[in-house]
Design a protein around this ligand. Sequence first.
Ligand SMILES: [Zn+2]
Length: 312
Amino acid sequence: MAVFAVDKDFYGIDLFEEGKPERSSAYLIRASEPILVETGSARSHQTLVEGLRELGMAPEDVRHVVITHVHLDHAGGVGQMMEAAPKALLHCHPRAARHMIDPSRLEEGARAVYGEQMEAMFGVLKPVPESRVIIQEDGSVLDVGDRQLIFYDTPGHAKHHACILDSQTRGLFSGDTVGIRYAPAYTGWDFVYGFPTTSPSDFDPEVMLKSLDRLEALDPTRIYHTHFGVTEPASEAFRFSRRGIQAIQRIMPMLSPESTLEEVEAALKGAIQKDLAALGHADWDVSPLTLDIILDSQGILVYLQRQAAGKL
Ligand SMILES: [Zn+2]
């Protein structure tokens, strides 16, 4: 299933990120001015273009590209997409814009997290001309006539993170702020599992909880996850996100800024196993979440170090 229907003239495209199904997606809204939400990594560009074609669209038809934040699995392919869609404008968070115009610092940061694997995993970053980048402040609106997308500044996963409410379906594009919806096709489990993503380097549990409160107060009907699919009712995704943050807050007193990454990974893995058991899934092996456990542990450790240094 490369393409899936979400609503009227509204589709998800599986990007097969990491070569795996139902890991990451982009969304296409066939509005009067077609809108693409998220591009995935540069490595997914071809898959994205094929998805658009499956929906009867050429990349040139896209008029608006929207990203939730600059992390490469969400926006690494923006440069390629903007080249392929010469009429499109890019809409992003105020702190995201400069990284799209000049991706050198973004690339450096990603290399620090992913090392030599970075290019193989995500491909090459291309800059976007400044004249095509629209900064969307908190509360600002992209109005395409038949619908409006409203941008909200939602830190907690990243300081450059926006969540976007679609006026027509009252669904929320949550990026990495309202947890990851782990689909069975990705995990191999026979149930959907939800847990927050705390990857480096801005994760802050208190700030994330505040963003969740603020987003839930908007009373969205559904959550459009980048990872992966749709949660309806939206309250379910808020619930699993809060439950996961609380599980992480419970392991934090056992850890310190001097903890090794292995210690954090073991604690986080234990917290997830406990969470799964509490949900009645004690028998499942958590190894499908290994990559996220490694990244999330880095984010937790960075948080503990920043907290100790008084740099939150
Ligand atoms: Zn992500």
